[in-house]
Ligand binder design. Structure first.
Ligand code: HBI
Ligand code: FE
Length: 304
């Protein structure tokens, strides 16, 4: 494991898929390369994996940790995060406390018809897709421990809220996320989850957007990471390539270090439009093409 001090690890490709995506009360997923069981309490979750937030159970130290994480990240957004994200971050509410999901959902419903729902942690892909297709974004209830300030293996409430929720206030991005969920349900039937997971990874988690003021981040894995935010936008190390759906579906990704390739969209409309075609022939084509390593470079790539 490369010891980069970041909150950036997401569901990996080897999440064991519960075929029905229905919670049976036992931690359903194994992920990453650890033997460690997921930390959330899956026994308390409903069959769709949602549960109560139990806001009263957060300690003063939990709220304080959230505030420190929030303030460190908020301080470096200017010039690195996209305007849509910066404009919406205030909608999360006071940085002094972990938000109450109910209050946040009320604001979100008014803006784009989305809501946030609590989950114990990572959930199977099918359950995840199903919630997204209903415009319900699953947010992990627990917060990391103080010694995990710089790095936590699984997504926690800070990553899920700070990283993902602001852009759900943007109508075009909000529609993309729902379309992604609906596409995911189809992909599960076509056994193409891996290809679709790469799209999520390189857009929702690690996407960059080209703007008149320069490249900016919109991916949650970047925006909730103390170091990768600057790295992804300004470092000379990684390659930055124009968004290309099939190229992305062929490209493996890293879960244990900064990305070596970022894909750049022109607009959220471009992202949403990319989900309009039927993915079935695309999956078939991609399955016949060679997989690409995370740092591969093709002659057809459009570099930034
Ligand atoms: N579950 N809670 C949670 N959060 C995620 O981001 C998540 C998940 N399950 C599956 C999953 N992501 C990935 O497989 C995505 O590629 C779709
Ligand atoms: Fe995430």
């Amino acid at each position: 494991m490369v010891a980069l001090s970041e909150t950036r690890v997401e569901a990996s490709a080897d999440v064991a898929i519960d075929p029905r995506g229905v919670n049976s009360g036992v931690a359903p997923v194994t992920y990453g390369h650890g033997e460690r069981p997921p930390r959330g309490d899956y026994a308390q979750a409903r069959s769709d994996y949602t549960c109560e937030q139990d806001w009263a159970a957060y300690s003063a130290a939990d709220h304080e940790l959230y505030r420190r994480l929030y303030e460190r990240q908020a301080a470096q957004l200017r010039g690195l995060a996209c305007d849509q994200f910066i404009d919406a971050i205030g909608q999360l509410g006071s940085p002094a406390q972990i938000p109450r999901f109910d209050d946040l959902s009320e604001r979100l419903r008014r803006a784009t018809g989305w809501e946030v729902v609590a989950v114990p942690g990572l959930i199977p892909e099918e359950a995840f897709f199903s919630l997204l297709s209903q415009r319900r974004f699953p947010v992990t209830g627990w917060i990391r421990k103080p010694h995990e300030f710089d790095y936590v293996v699984e997504p926690d409430v800070f990553h899920d809220l700070f990283g993902h929720v602001p852009l759900l206030f943007n109508p075009m991005f909000a529609d993309y996320m729902q379309a992604y969920g609906a596409g995911g349900l189809k992909a599960s039937r076509l056994e193409s989850c891996e290809h679709l997971a790469r799209l999520y990874w390189y857009t929702v988690e690690f996407g960059l957007i080209d703007t008149p003021s320069g490249l900016r981040a919109y991916g949650a894995g970047i925006l909730s990471s103390a170091g990768e935010l600057r790295h992804s936008v300004t470092s000379r190390e990684p390659q930055r390539l124009g968004f290309d759906l099939e190229r992305i579906m062929r490209t493996r990704y890293r879960i244990d270090s900064y990305q070596s390739t970022y894909f750049v969209i022109d607009s959220f409309k471009q992202l949403f439009d990319a989900t309009a075609p039927d993915f079935k022939p695309i999956y078939e084509r991609v399955a016949r093409l060679q997989e690409l390593s995370a740092d591969e470079r093709l002659p057809s790539d459009r570099a930034f």
